[in-house]
Write a protein that binds this ligand. Structure first.
Ligand SMILES: C[S@@+](CC[C@H](N)C(=O)[O-])C[C@H]1O[C@@H](n2cnc3c(N)ncnc32)[C@H](O)[C@@H]1O
Length: 459
């Protein structure tokens, strides 16, 4: 038997999901916040998705960034075929998915290197030898100054849950229609006996057990699946001359709004002693990191970061309708912005339209105005939007991609998400009632009104 899959489970395609954290527009803000410049997401760029699966996120981005060139690579032929079908249906001339392994990619560098790379659900699912191939790919395929996004399982969250993987690896499979039934039952039995002693593991399993077999196979049935510390990732990336550029999600650059004073004290001590990122993972209870890494991206002076944030266009928003415009971290904020302040910020955003105009209108000392406006953005009272010329250029492609998603979603009962030309990001719909309304069953006028505000309208 051939070993083309290098021990990776290839008998079922991974779930067809959309990842809102993958967004060149939002990455620009995140790296700037961390004091670095990055590639310009409003100028022509090249983007490569490593281990792209069905490439739904990449295809959505190709619609939202028609001036970018998008290439996905995966060694499983089935998702490659599925992805190219959707790209053709949506009429996107700037995206293509290729069948190829990381080993093959390492041996055939492109003539023109890439400005962005993404690898979601790959790094902590493949053996060390394949991570070494990925290192070679990054060294040869990425331009100086490029940014890489990696979404991977962290050791901090996963180490306590490792017995779940162990049980999945050892329990013999059930019949074809219930392959993981025996392993699911074994984990449930173990946690029924011991769950009180390990509430984190019990909670982790209670969300995981509802997942489809396709997801479970890649996540738990995979012999190489593991959780990693940041330094383990960095040790490999160093060989591609790459370094850490911070979380891809702006909110995750902040600690104080999420941690208690005592936790912050411990974090400050950990930072001083050199185990700061480990402490962050532990104190924030992270199971998954969605991080950015740079390949020699220059630093920005402090004033550059503030100037960039000031220019950011914002509109008033709130989180009453859950539609994935803000990643879930805002739910963990310890203290929401006081209602009167939130209302003031939202009022200013509807008048002025930029982060800087909101700051100025608050009539506060600069640092305080910056913090309040930032908190409003992080907690969902403001939504960052792209310049109008970019929105206009992206509208047609996004309309076509969204139409394809809706028709497929109606036919298959599965809607991974949609894309907004206004925010340059994908959206997931966590509420069942919203997914039903989008499938044409039931109504959700509040959802459709919100979608229209970010450039998603239906005939
Ligand atoms: C967990 S899935 C994630 C798919 C996609 N990035 C997403 O988030 O939906 C991991 C993907 O990596 C691909 N993969 C694993 N090892 C690979 C290799 N050595 N070369 C190319 N693709 C690989 C698998 O086929 C699979 O589609």
């Amino acid at each position: 038997m051939s070993d083309w899959n290098r021990g990776y489970p290839t008998d079922a395609v991974y779930v067809d999901a959309i990842q809102p954290a993958i967004s060149p527009w939002r990455w620009k803000q995140a790296v700037r916040f961390a004091g670095r410049d990055g590639p310009d997401p409003s100028a022509p760029f090249r983007f490569v998705d490593l281990g792209c699966g069905t490439a739904t996120t990449m295809t959505a981005l190709a619609a939202a960034y028609p001036w970018g060139q998008f290439d996905g690579y995966d060694f499983m032929p089935e998702p490659v075929h599925m992805a190219n079908e959707i790209i053709a249906e949506a009429g996107l001339g700037n995206a293509r998915v290729h069948e190829g392994s990381f080993g093959e990619m390492a041996a055939t560098p492109p003539e023109v290197p890439y400005d962005y790379a993404a690898g979601h659900g790959v790094w902590s699912w493949v053996p060390e030898a394949v991570r070494a191939e990925l290192q070679q790919v990054l060294a040869a395929w990425l331009a100086p100054g490029a940014l890489l996004y990696l979404g991977y399982n962290t050791a901090a969250g996963w180490s306590a849950s490792e017995p779940i993987r162990q049980i999945f690896r050892q329990t013999p499979p059930g019949p074809a229609h219930d392959r993981f039934g025996p392993a699911r039952a074994a984990v449930t039995a173990w946690l029924e006996r011991t769950g009180d002693r390990q509430p984190m593991v019990r909670n982790h399993w209670s969300t995981m057990k509802a997942s489809s077999d396709g997801f479970i196979m890649h996540e738990l049935g995979n012999p190489h699946g593991t959780g990693l510390w940041l330094e383990q990732v960095l040790a490999v990336l160093d060989g591609a001359k790459m370094g850490y550029a911070g979380p891809s999600v702006l909110a995750e650059h902040l600690d104080a709004p999420f941690l208690t004073e005592e936790d912050m004290e411990l974090l400050r001590r950990a930072v001083a002693e050199g185990w700061g990122e480990t402490a962050r993972d532990l104190l924030h209870g992270r199971y998954f990191r969605k991080d950015l890494y740079h390949r020699g991206t220059p630093g920005l002076p402090g004033s550059g970061m503030v100037a960039a944030m000031r220019d950011l266009r914002v509109i008033p928003w709130d989180m009453e309708v859950r539609m994935g415009t803000h990643l879930g971290v805002y739910r963990r904020l310890r203290q929401p912005l006081p209602e009167d302040l939130a209302a003031r910020v939202m009022g200013l955003a509807s008048e002025g339209g930029t982060f800087g105009a909101v700051m100025d209108g608050l009539n506060m000392e600069t640092l305080q105005a910056f913090q309040v406006t930032l908190m409003a953005l992080v907690s969902g009272h403001l939504l960052d939007v792209r310049p109008e010329d970019q929105v206009a250029a992206a509208q047609d492609g996004c309309d076509r991609f969204n139409a394809v998603m809706l028709v497929r979603g109606r036919d298959s009962g599965h809607l991974p998400g949609l894309v907004s030309p206004v925010t340059g990001t994908c959206l997931q719909f966590p509420d069942e009632a919203h997914r039903e309304a989008l499938a044409g069953r039931g109504s959700a006028p509040e959802l459709f009104e919100r979608l229209a505000r970010i450039g998603i309208a239906f005939a």
